[in-house]
Ligand binder design. Structure first.
Ligand SMILES: NC(=O)c1ccc[n+]([C@@H]2O[C@H](COP(=O)([O-])OP(=O)(O)OC[C@H]3O[C@@H](n4cnc5c(N)ncnc54)[C@H](O)[C@@H]3O)[C@@H](O)[C@H]2O)c1
Length: 414
């Protein structure tokens, strides 16, 4: 298939034409018909996503953009033929790129999100969708005005345990839910703070486009520690809430079909390793929803005994999702979901273990690029989970319970 006819095919698919319906599934597409992708931000997660795309028969990452030269060598070790560019706008200019995966640091997501849609590309954007509530609103708007397919990197939306939980809830097995408890716990050796990355010798001002990384933050001299460890600072990150809670709150909101939260309160602090980080490592959050549900989330970085999980507590049954002593980020842990009946309202029922298979989240996005259907983690979930996360963080920073309206009106704070 020529490049033109390939693009026509994608266009026809976008319009849902008979030509598309008659077109065989990806298994018969040859190498030239592969969906062509680019990745913006080819650091730790970007490289992970790159590896995942290598497993997909019908897609190929052909270009990557980054602001740190080292990343190009690392990416080429994974996929030697890659085109590498040091300005993300160059990949957006490439006419033969169909979709872009964004795995840049949190504070740059909104720029990469809106520019990707403006360039007419489909988008896979890593979580959390944006650094602030205002940016989340802008990205939601941009997506609504666009016909592009947007998948948020909340990969647990494509996994079997959530499908099981949704089914049990739909089937009325859980009853009235007023509370959900969730937790995420990790540990590190004494003296080593969670997330802290060493600085390679080549991480210098010559090899990094520091201004592009700052993305409008107040100008400051090149700081390799901050560049690599952006997660530890509010001006780039939302800490453990946007790195981890967002996965779990999205899962809970999706399972229970929850609207935006009404209020949030978060306490905690930097207690585990006092290494200069700003974002707390010990966290207790409550998030109120308008339909009489409170979700609690707690997290520590100095004990990993109970891994992570969430329990949906219903009058007729409990859904318990647990993931060993690992985390939701690497996806390496064994995860299980169970249903336990409440004898008082559902006597003589038995516990059930979820068995639904998981889907590959990137493959789901690519399928949707062809079918123009809504992916498993759509922009609306990206928006609502980002809002919940930012409400929690803003409450912590302002040391008081905040409603959605209050949180929304707080201007960005670096
Ligand atoms: N879904 C998941 O499970 C999961 C797991 C890990 C990370 N993430 C997310 O992925 C994102 C990246 O995290 P990470 O650990 O890979 O960070 P990282 O620092 O390892 O990688 C970010 C990359 O972006 C590059 N970059 C910085 N500014 C840029 C710019 N202006 N244009 C292009 N590239 C730029 C950096 O040089 C770096 O290579 C975060 O949003 C994080 O939350 C998601």
């Amino acid at each position: 298939m020529s490049e033109n006819s390939r693009r026509d095919f994608i266009k026809q698919a976008a319009m849902g034409t008979a030509a598309f319906l008659a077109y065989p599934k990806s298994s018969v597409l040859g190498a030239n018909e592969r969906v062509r992708l680019a990745i913006i931000g080819i650091g730790s997660r970007g490289q992970e996503l790159l590896k995942q795309t290598l497993e997909l028969p019908n897609a190929q990452v052909v270009a990557v953009a980054d602001v740190y030269t080292r990343r190009f060598d690392e990416a080429k070790k994974i996929s030697p033929g890659l085109q590498t560019v040091n300005d993300y706008r160059r990949v957006l200019d490439m006419k033969d790129i169909d979709g872009v995966l964004v795995a840049s640091p949190l504070h740059i997501h909104a720029r990469h999100f809106t520019d990707t849609l403006a360039a007419g590309k489909d988008l896979y954007s890593e979580k959390t969708m944006t650094w602030s509530i205002a940016e989340a609103g802008q990205c939601l708007e941009a997506s609504k005005k666009s016909d592009r397919i947007v998948q948020i990197g909340l990969q647990h939306e494509s996994e079997g345990p959530l499908a099981d939980a949704k089914k049990w809830i739909r089937d009325g097995m859980v009853g009235k839910v007023t509370q959900v408890e969730s937790w995420m716990s990790r540990n590190t050796p004494h003296g080593e703070g969670q997330w802290v990355r060493p600085i390679p010798a080549d991480c210098t001002a010559e090899n990094v486009n520091w201004k592009a990384f700052l993305n409008g933050r107040p100008d400051m001299p090149f700081d390799p520690f901050k560049f690599l460890n952006w997660r530890l600072y509010w001006m780039f990150s939302g800490g453990n809430i946007t790195e981890n809670m967002v996965h779990q709150i999205a899962w809970i909101m999706s399972a229970l079909d929850l609207p935006l939260p009404t209020a949030a309160y978060m306490s905690g602090g930097v207690f585990s390793e006092k290494d200069g980080r700003q974002v707390p490592d010990t966290i207790s959050v409550t998030i109120d929803f308008p339909n009489d549900i409170v979700v609690a989330f707690q997290s520590t970085f100095s004990n990993s005994r109970y891994g992570l999980g969430q329990r949906i507590l219903g009058s007729d049954g409990t859904i318990e999702y647990v993931a060993g002593s690992n985390d939701m980020v690497s996806s390496r842990s064994e995860e299980e979901v169970h249903y336990y009946p409440e004898d008082v309202n559902r006597p003589n029922r038995v516990a059930i273990k979820g068995e639904s298979p998981s889907q590959n989240h990137i493959a789901n996005w690519i399928d949707c690029m062809r079918s123009r259907k809504t992916p498993n983690a759509p922009v609306e979930l990206g928006y609502s989970s980002a809002v919940a996360a930012h409400m929690a963080n803003l409450s912590y920073r302002h040391k008081r319970r905040l409603t959605f309206e209050e949180a929304k009106s707080i201007p960005p704070e670096f």
